[in-house]
Design a binder for this molecule. Structure first.
Ligand code: DGT
Length: 325
C-alpha cells in the first residue's frame, strides 16, 4: 500500500500497517476532527485524527523507528472520542486525557488485537507501554513524534508555515540515543515559535474558545437530557451532530444555530462573556552539540522570552466577548 502524506511525502507501508490503516477503528478517525469544535467555527480548521495518526507513523519511520513503534504511532489516538478534546471540557477534566483513560478498553474491544496477533505481535506489548517508544512520546518540554506532527500539520494546513520551513526543520531533526533532537538553535527557535502559534495563538483564538465552550455545553446538555449516551462518543463527529439534531430538542437546536462560521468574537479582558484556560503546554527542546545535550533555552534569550510569554498567556487564559452570534 502506498501512503501519501502532504508533509512527509509518499511511502510504501508493510502489510500489517496496511491492514491496520484499513481497519474500522483507524478509518473512524477520518470522522474525528483534530481540533474538536474548530471546524464548526472555521471550515478550514479541518485536520482529522486520521491525518495526524498517519503522520505520526510516517515521522517515526522517517527517523528510523521500528515497525512496532510505527504501529504504536498509527494507533496512539485510536481511542479519541468524537470531537477529540472537547470531551475533556464536557467533564471538566483538566489533564485533557480522557482518551488515554479509555485507551486499553477501546483497543481490547476492537479488531486490533486480532490483526496484530495474525502478524505475530502482542498487542499488549506494543500498545500498553508507551515508555518504550521514545520517538513517539516524550514528556514536555521535549520533542516527540506526536507533538511535532500535530504542530507541523495544523500550522501547515492552516497556512501559518510553509512546506519549505517544515522541510528545513525535518532535515535538522536527528535521533540520538533513541530520542529526537535538533542540531541548530535557529531551527529550535523556529519550532518553539511555531509551537506557541499552535498551542497559544490557535488553541486560544477567541473563535476556538467560543466553539469549544458552545460545543461542550451542547454535548453536556445532550447527555443530561439522555439524547446522547457515553457510548455515542465512540462514533464520529457527524454522527453525534445528526443524533442531537434529529432529537428536535429546541434548546439544543437553538444552541447549534449559534455554532457556525459567521460568529464574531473578540478578546476583551474587561467586558467578556466567557473565560477559559487550557492545559499548560510549554516546549524547550534539547539541542545536540558535540555529543552533549543542551536545553535550547540555555542557548537562546529568544526562546526564554517566548517561554515566559506563553506561560503568562496560558495561565491568564482567554477572555472572550461575543460580538455577534
Ligand atoms: N482548537 C483546539 N485544538 C486542540 C485543543 N487541545 C488540543 N487540540 C488539538 C490540536 C492538536 O492538533 C492536538 C493536540 O492534542 P493531542 O491529543 O494530539 O496531543 P496531547 O494532548 O497528548 O499533546 P501533548 O503531550 O500535551 O503535547 O489536539 C484546544 O484546546 N483547542
Amino acid at each position: 500500500m502506498v501512503v501519501n502524506d502532504e508533509i512527509y511525502g509518499e511511502f510504501v507501508v508493510d502489510k500489517v500497517l496496511e491492514e491496520l490503516i484499513l481497519c474500522e477503528p483507524v478509518q473512524r478517525l477520518k470522522g474525528i476532527h483534530q481540533g474538536g469544535a474548530s471546524y464548526l467555527v472555521n471550515e478550514k480548521w479541518n485536520v482529522t485524527r486520521f491525518d495526524h495518526s498517519i503522520g505520526v507513523m510516517l515521522l517515526i519511520r522517517k527517523l528510523g523507528g521500528s515497525l512496532e513503534e510505527q504501529i504504536a504511532g498509527l494507533l496512539h489516538d485510536v481511542s479519541h472520542t468524537a470531537f477529540s478534546h472537547v470531551i475533556d471540557f464536557v467533564f471538566e477534566n483538566k489533564e485533557e486525557d480522557y482518551h488515554e483513560k479509555i485507551y486499553s478498553s477501546v483497543v481490547t474491544n476492537s479488531e486490533i488485537p486480532v490483526i496484530l496477533t495474525k502478524y505475530g505481535y502482542s498487542f499488549e506489548d506494543i500498545l500498553f507501554d508507551d515508555s518504550k517508544w521514545t520517538l513517539l512520546e516524550q514528556p514536555a518540554p521535549e520533542l516527540c513524534a506526536d507533538r511535532v506532527d500535530y504542530t507541523l500539520r495544523d500550522m501547515y494546513v492552516y497556512g501559518y508555515i510553509s512546506l519549505e520551513e517544515v522541510n528545513r526543520f525535518l532535515h535538522n531533526l536527528i535521533v540520538y540515543e533513541g530520542n529526537m533532537y535538533l542540531q541548530s538553535i535557529e531551527v529550535a527557535e523556529w519550532f518553539v515559535r511555531t509551537y506557541y502559534k499552535e498551542v497559544i495563538d490557535f488553541f486560544m483564538d477567541p473563535l476556538n474558545i467560543y466553539g469549544y465552550d458552545r460545543l461542550a455545553k451542547i454535548l453536556k446538555l445532550s447527555l443530561e437530557k439522555k439524547i446522547l449516551n457515553l457510548n455515542d462518543f465512540l462514533g464520529k463527529d457527524d454522527e453525534l451532530i445528526d443524533k442531537i439534531k434529529s432529537s428536535e430538542d429546541q434548546q439544543l437546536l437553538s444552541l447549534f444555530k449559534k455554532l457556525n462560521p459567521t460568529v464574531q468574537v473578540k478578546e476583551d479582558r474587561v467586558d467578556y462573556d466567557l473565560h477559559r484556560k487550557n492545559k499548560l503546554r510549554l516546549i524547550d527542546p534539547s539541542i545536540v552539540k558535540d555529543g552533549e545535550l543542551i536545553r535550547a533555552s540555555e542557548l537562546s534569550e529568544t526562546i526564554r522570552m517566548m517561554g515566559h510569554t506563553a506561560y503568562e498567556k496560558a495561565t491568564r487564559g482567554m477572555y472572550v466577548k461575543i460580538v455577534d452570534n
